[in-house]
Ligand binder design. Structure first.
Ligand code: ZN
Length: 399
């Protein structure tokens, strides 16, 4: 598998320097091994791609299809690919879904963002027995109606992690305890542990999370052992530390990904804005799949608080503290400098008093093992992210 990946990477880089204007200046690295040659290529952020779109596409864009990313980082990404490359991406997605037991044509309740299901999409939905429901308008009445037919344990449930979770919360609230799914397959946003627990308990099922991006890259998916395997024939994954060097297994790195089967517009060293941790290569999974593993997918790199001493605090650091503080209804951590954080909070009950804040400060420092400056600010509203999810951490420190 490693040789296959290396071979595909070499072909892609050859193609890029020969046919893609943006990369032609890199033609001088021909003698090196593909993984070494790759390091000469620049890391590409969405803004870089937008600025050089014309010189990144082979030939014209007219025969290509465009895929846009959701823009949850504030910048919308757009990439172009041929129909065949688009099919390949879907095939890899289906391959990951099969790890959950799914087969094409199995009944599927899918939450999606393309509400217009006319024409070919409606035909596809009928052929594949997909029951398509909107992911961004979810209320009790919609959930009750959508779930009514799912008492038989033979269907799959797929969608954004936050959408599946919202369905589970509302179904539980309405006492719908007799809904069963064979498996729940998630994508698109982060599958938090509390999302997973709720979905699995309410729908008597197991969650199989997948990790990819709408720009046509399926990066990893969970097997029945719960481990995330990297799809190495399809992507070359780098996890880079703050110096731009490969982070060793077990350490946090920025996700930079190269799609190995896209030639119309090669995506080489594409910066996703996520953080992840690689598993040590000698840790094998009991499932026997020949794909290396990610130990953890942490989420957006703007969702991390950093300390001057070099620690990284993820969302769970704070949710783990606040779940024991019922006096606070909602909170948000804002970081502008390495010297401390601002903590916005909405008081949750009449029990709230200033001692609650002292208690929070103590708990943060005890868990961190060092002092941290926290300035508290009472607010009446905390804005959601552009994608509608509650925002827990907002970091303004460039990474
Ligand atoms: Zn496995």
């Amino acid at each position: 598998m490693a040789a296959l990946q290396e071979n595909r990477l070499g072909k892609l880089l050859d193609h890029a320097v020969q046919h893609i204007p943006y990369y032609q200046a890199l033609n001088r690295y021909g003698g090196l091994a593909p993984a070494e040659r790759l390091k000469a290529f620049p890391v590409m952020r969405k803004s870089e791609i937008r600025a050089h779109l014309d010189s990144l596409v082979q030939g014209g864009r007219s025969k290509l299809v465009s895929e846009k990313s959701s823009g949850s980082s504030g910048i919308q990404g757009e990439v172009f690919m041929s129909r065949r490359e688009q099919f390949n991406a879907i095939a890899h997605q289906t391959f990951l879904w099969e790890w959950a037991g799914y087969k094409l044509g199995a009944p599927l309740l899918q939450l999606g963002i393309t509400p217009d299901r006319s024409g070919i999409k409606s035909l596809k939905d009928r052929l594949l027995r997909t029951d398509y429901q909107p992911a961004f308008e979810i209320d009790s009445a919609i959930v009750k109606k959508a779930l009514a037919g799912y008492r038989k344990k033979n269907a799959f449930f797929g969608g954004y992690a936050s959408g599946l979770y919202t369905y589970a919360l509302l179904a539980e609230g309405m006492g719908m305890e007799d809904i069963h799914f064979k498996a729940a397959i998630s994508w698109g946003d982060k599958m938090f542990p509390h999302y997973r627990e709720k979905i699995e308990s309410v729908f008597h099922t197991r969650v199989f999370d997948t990790y990819g991006c709408t720009e046509g890259m399926m990066i990893a998916g969970q097997c029945e052992q719960g481990n995330y395997h990297i799809l190495t024939p399809h992507v070359y994954l780098e996890l880079l530390n703050e110096e731009g060097k490969e982070a060793p297994p077990g350490e946090l790195g920025h996700v930079v990904v190269t799609r190995l089967d896209a030639f119309s517009m090669p995506l080489i060293r594409y910066y996703l804005g996520d953080l992840a941790i690689r598993e040590a290569p000698d840790n094998q999974c009991a499932c026997g799949r020949p794909f290396p593993m990610l130990r953890q997918i942490i989420g957006r790199d703007t969702d991390i608080v950093r300390t001057r001493s070099g620690k990284h605090l993820i969302v769970h650091f704070f949710t783990g503290i606040f779940e024991h503080i019922p006096e606070v209804r909602q909170f948000r951590v804002i970081q502008k400098t390495l010297d401390g954080i601002e903590l916005e909070y909405i008081p949750g009950s009449t029990l709230f008093n200033p001692e609650v804040l002292e208690n929070i400060q103590k708990k943060i420092e005890a868990k961190l093992g060092e002092p941290l400056a926290v300035s508290f600010r009472e607010v009446s509203h905390i804005p959601a992210t552009p994608s509608g999810k509650p925002q827990i951490i907002q970091s303004f420190i460039g990474s």
